[in-house]
Design a protein around this ligand. Structure first.
Ligand SMILES: Nc1ncnc2c1ncn2[C@@H]1O[C@H](COP(=O)(O)OP(=O)(O)OP(=O)(O)O)[C@@H](O)[C@H]1O
Ligand SMILES: [Mg+2]
Length: 381
């Protein structure tokens, strides 16, 4: 097992900065997800850790030893790719045994280790089959076994579940998480699927355009997104974001002119930032943190129902803000038993303790000044 540290890691392909000055620490035995949209630099990061790509700049440490000049095979990493490419003409046993045969492991040792990992992944009864005789999820587990049989110090998984259907994905997700905890093996999972990252990992590193946006636990990521990018990326249905004006003394002017009174601690925190009167901020409200009221309340603001859709156990109501229903759109999750009709006028009451606020540069205003996040849209020369 090993801890991993990335220091100022950068990878350029010609003019493209695929990974930009990445700093990350992964503890021994930790399960970390690299999460971000397509092209944000996840696979490039993983391949640098595996030793397949050479960093343009920066250093990679395993257990405080720099491995920049260590060959891939001497890094003791197990890799599982999205296209797990099993050998079709070989049995499951031989597929798993392949890396051991390559480095001339004794026969009895191969037998023992293949059976051991197959048992862990619950595919012992499939060892004689060919890959074509397996389901996608079973093939995935064979690929995982092939990576684990080398007893690697670090397990690297690149979108390992994306070929599976929804149900199998949930099953295999749980299976991988259980295996990881059982073996205590330091693991990095690359994914663009937030549910996958948030449900499996101990900590999640969100990336955007090669730049690390936030690195923390799933709960923190959800409850305290550090900037507008993370706020809009994490959460489904996504967070409502709209422009408001700051009023000294702890009020926000909403579209349409109504004021939202901020809870005392939040008002004080904003006061400390010395924002200008009338400064434009972005208010974030998760759909699940908005209550609907039939009657006017001082903490609420008026909106008109635009559309309602049933999502499993919830009703997602789309609103347009403002007295005339001509303001920005906003979504709220509510109980499906509630009857709403198109054009209906309701009052939206945000949970004052669940507000998110972002400054003109896109950074969260709720974080302490010393833990400020990167600006979400990096400027590049
Ligand atoms: N070999 C390469 N040559 C040139 N550019 C590359 C190369 N590999 C990756 N890139 C570029 O680097 C950026 C990051 O690519 P990367 O494959 O790391 O993204 P990713 O986050 O894994 O995306 P996805 O979710 O689509 O797999 C992209 O802009 C990509 O086009
Ligand atoms: Mg990728």
């Amino acid at each position: 097992m090993a801890s991993i540290r990335l220091e100022h890691l950068t990878k350029r392909f010609g003019n493209v900065v695929a990974v930009d000055d990445l700093n990350l620490e992964i503890a021994d035995g930790e399960f970390v997800a690299l999460l971000g949209p397509s092209g944000c630099g996840k696979t490039t990061t993983l391949l640098m850790i595996a030793g397949i790509y050479e960093p343009t700049e920066g250093k990679i440490y395993f257990d405080d030893v720099c491995v920049n000049d260590v060959a891939p095979k001497d890094r003791y990493v197990g890799l599982v790719f999205q296209s797990y490419a099993l050998y079709p003409h070989m049995s499951v046993f031989d597929n798993i045994a392949f890396p051991l045969r390559l480095n001339k492991t004794p026969r009895a040792e191969i037998e023992r280790r293949v059976r051991e990992v197959a048992k862990l992944a619950q595919i012992e009864n499939l060892l004689d089959r060919r890959p074509a005789q397996l389901s996608g999820g079973q093939q995935q587990r064979v690929a995982l076994c092939r990576a684990l049989v080398k007893e690697p110090e670090v397990l690297l998984l690149d979108e390992p579940l994306s070929n599976l259907d929804a149900r199998l994905r949930i099953e295999t997700r749980a299976e991988i998480k259980r295996l990881q905890k059982e073996l205590g093996i330091t693991t990095i999972l690359v994914t663009h699927d937030q549910i996958e990252a948030l449900s499996m990992a101990d900590r999640v590193a969100v990336m955007h355009q090669g730049v690390l946006q936030q690195y923390t636990t799933p709960e923190e990521l959800y409850n305290r997104p550090a900037n507008l990018f993370v706020a809009s990326f994490i959460g489904d249905p996504p967070m409502n974001l709209f422009e408001v004006r700051y009023r000294r003394g702890g009020e926000l002017e909403l579209p349409g002119g109504r004021a939202l009174r901020l809870p005392e601690p939040l008002a004080r925190r904003l006061e400390a930032r010395r924002l200008e009167e009338g400064a434009t901020l972005t208010l974030g409200l998760r759909p699940e943190d908005v209550e609907l009221s039939e009657t006017e309340t001082p903490e609420g603001f008026p909106a008109e129902v635009y559309l309602a859709e049933t999502l499993g156990g919830d009703l997602l109501v789309h609103f347009r803000l403002g007295d005339g229903g001509d303001g920005p759109r906003l979504r709220a999750l509510t109980d499906p038993e509630r009857r709403v009709t198109m054009g209906q006028r309701l009052w939206l009451v945000p949970d004052p303790n669940k507000l998110h606020l972002f400054g003109p540069d896109g950074r969260s205003l709720l974080a302490e000044a010393e833990e400020e996040a990167p600006v979400p849209h990096p400027q590049r020369a």
